[in-house]
Design a protein around this ligand. Structure first.
Ligand code: GDP
Ligand code: ZN
Length: 306
């Protein structure tokens, strides 16, 4: 039988197949599949799988189909990439104008991952009811040169609903963000039947570790699905090589090959075209600082490894 993983909870999965949902586990031998070994968990939400059903009605996942793409993170402390989801069409990074205030460096980390996987991505700026015009202006300037789309929304008032729904139509969209930004509230606004639990900001639980636990895919009909992920505080990109990073910043990628050194990380190298672009305002200084922040986290990791 063939089905799709719609929920991951530790080692337990829910598979949807043949019109029913079943609890599922992995067949042990799956872990030695060379395609799956590079990830800390061999299967994830969004995976299409072959399964058998045992005498107790438990599904056993026998085989994971080829994936179109994966959404992963790689943090210090985990030797492999954490597999959050597979086979997605686009990423929505949810942030809030206030309470908690947006953190574009965090957003950039997710956007880099999306670039690496060739996934379209957009920013959903929630709590627009708390926004100031200068916030909106800042974000517009920040992303102008990289052409990142952002949608202002308010789950409280319903503002932005039509625009977000239009972007979600016919696609599988992964929603990610740290807790408190209103990700659950936004999903409830978009899809009233989905009924996600929301929580006060003060009781937010988003521990860094368990991103791959309690991920859920919810089919909303007409080929439209959303993948809800738990709030995350960190988002590591330690699988990326320092010299490759700027290739995932569209505003920097434009200058590829124009620096004095063929391999330039746009940090302390002389005659760097990217740094020149930062100085004359073609690249937003905040974006450049965000790049340097990621670059140093990666360089530090490599330095400690060898
Ligand atoms: P999550 O952790 O990202 O899923 O966030 P929740 O959906 O649980 O929301 C966190 C808090 O933000 C709750 O107290 C919500 O009522 C509040 N909230 C959500 N959306 C909005 C909004 O658009 N405006 C305002 N002012 N508060 C919101
Ligand atoms: Zn350079």
């Amino acid at each position: 039988m063939t089905g799709k993983i719609i929920r991951a909870f530790g080692r337990y999965y829910t598979v949807s197949g043949g019109g029913v949902e079943m609890n599922a586990v992995l067949r042990g031998k799956i872990k030695s599949d060379p395609r799956l070994k590079k990830f800390s968990e061999p299967a994830a939400v969004g995976d299409n799988v072959d399964y058998t059903v045992d005498a107790e009605g438990l599904a056993v996942i026998e085989h994971v189909h080829e994936r179109r793409n994966v959404f992963t993170r790689k943090d210090r402390g985990s030797p492999k990439e954490d597999l959050i989801a597979a086979n997605i069409d686009q990423l929505f990074v949810v942030q809030a104008f206030r309470e908690p205030r947006f953190n574009l460096r965090f957003a950039d980390r997710l956007l880099v991952r999306a670039e690496k996987e060739n996934l379209p991505a957009a920013l959903c700026m929630n709590k627009a009811d708390l926004s100031l015009p200068e916030d909106i202006e800042y974000i517009r300037n920040y992303y102008e040169a990289s052409d990142v789309r952002f949608v202002n929304a308010s789950a409280l008032s319903g503002y932005g609903r039509d625009e977000l729904l239009e972007l979600c139509a016919g696609k599988t969209t992964l929603f990610a963000g740290y807790s408190g930004v209103g990700k659950s509230s936004v999903l409830n606004m978009l899809f009233p039947g989905i009924d996600l639990k929301t929580s006060e900001v003060s009781e937010s639980t988003g521990k860094g570790r368990h991103t791959t636990t309690n991920v859920r895919l919810i089919a909303m009909g007409k080929n439209m699905s959303v993948i809800d992920t738990p709030g995350m505080r960190e988002f590591g990109l330690l699988d990326i090589k320092p010299e490759d990073l700027s290739g995932y910043f569209p505003d920097m990628r434009k200058y590829e090959g124009l620096c004095r050194f063929a391999v330039c990380t746009h940090d302390h190298e002389p005659n760097c075209r990217v740094k020149e672009a930062v100085e004359n305002g073609e690249i937003h200084i905040g974006r450049y600082e965000s790049y340097i922040n990621i670059l140093y986290s990666i360089k530090e990791y490599y330095a400690n490894m060898y």
